[in-house]
Design a protein around this ligand. Structure first.
Ligand code: FES
Length: 157
């Protein structure tokens, strides 16, 4: 009977310590499971792009890499046409070590970083393949709104 009490006590104590020690680990695991989507912090400024100046963006599936003055610290951004009325704008700066991610070689191909081979979706900049060492996250996106009657894309810088 006494041995059972000691055994019960040890079992309860071990379980309790295990739960207390596990709580931070469980929180860390849950945090790492959150969606890996990044949106660039808005500065309150807006820039505009006349979509009709890019033949590559005349139909859904098209993508260009271009400099839009005042956006992304004047580094290139990708503008991807995902439907007749929707565009996704995202940075070309690799989230691994800051190299410029290359444009897709042809429509339907993804964007590959030349430095360590990370691959991002040509549709929205989501990370599809991690670099050869270390890790990368999605390319930051910029909020945009398209006016189909004027062909103007307004982007929050
Ligand atoms: S800087 Fe892009 S994969 Fe390393």
């Amino acid at each position: 009977m006494k041995n059972n009490s000691r055994r019960d006590f040890l079992r309860t104590a071990t379980t309790s310590v295990g739960l207390v020690l596990s709580a931070p680990v469980i929180v860390a695991i849950l945090s790492s499971c959150e969606e890996n989507e990044t949106t660039a912090p808005p500065t309150g400024k807006k820039v505009v792009v006349d979509i009709s100046t890019f033949t590559e963006l005349s139909a859904p599936g098209g993508i260009v890499s271009t400099v839009v003055t005042g956006l992304n610290a004047d580094n290139r951004v990708f503008i991807s046409r995902v439907s007749d009325t929707e565009f996704v704008v995202f940075s070309t700066i690799c989230t691994h070590q800051g190299c410029e991610v290359g444009s897709p070689a042809m429509s339907g191909m993804h964007c590959v970083c030349p430095c360590h081979n990370a691959m991002y979706s040509h549709v929205d900049g989501k990370i599809l393949r991690q670099p050869s060492s270390g890790s990368a996250t999605d390319l930051p996106k910029f909020v945009s709104e398209f006016n189909s009657s004027t062909n103007i894309l307004t982007i929050s810088a």
